[in-house]
Design a binder for this molecule. Structure first.
Ligand SMILES: [Zn+2]
Length: 131
């Protein structure tokens, strides 16, 4: 399976490695090298990893990498619709980090609502608030 995405920074095609579950991919009888690639989403740059064969330069995604790549592509599609970017200070209350949402976008929010957080890495998240 090949994935093409024109807005990815750098090279653009991947093979989804068959039977590869979060482990090194082998190509040409050798272990592929894990490299970090970048994708731009709005003004933010997100990292994702691929396996690259040192001989033929072919790139592969294992199942974990493919999952993150899929999430990034979904976010990208969503952001392409209409995106408002808001920079917020990350606050710390002595125990937990949190951020405040601007009043303008929380008019329909009420006490007891929940949020689903998709964790891409320790500093990359996708949050869906269930109003
Ligand atoms: Zn190869």
């Amino acid at each position: 399976m090949r994935v093409t995405e024109k807005d990815i920074i750098g090279e653009v095609k991947f093979n989804i490695a068959r039977d590869a579950f979060e482990k090194p991919v082998f190509c040409h009888g050798r272990k592929a090298i894990e490299i970090i690639k970048k994708m731009r989403l709005g003004s933010a740059i997100f990292n994702y990893e691929v396996w690259k064969c040192p001989k033929c330069k072919e790139e592969y995604l294992d199942s974990k990498q493919a999952e993150k790549f899929d999430t990034l592509l979904s976010m990208k599609k969503m952001l392409n619709k209409r995106v408002i970017e808001i920079e917020r200070a990350v606050n710390f209350d002595g125990k937990t980090f949190f951020l405040r949402f601007p009043k303008e976008i929380t008019k329909n929010w009420h006490k007891g609502i929940t949020a689903d957080i998709k964790v891409l890495s320790s500093d990359e998240f996708f949050v869906k608030v269930n109003v």
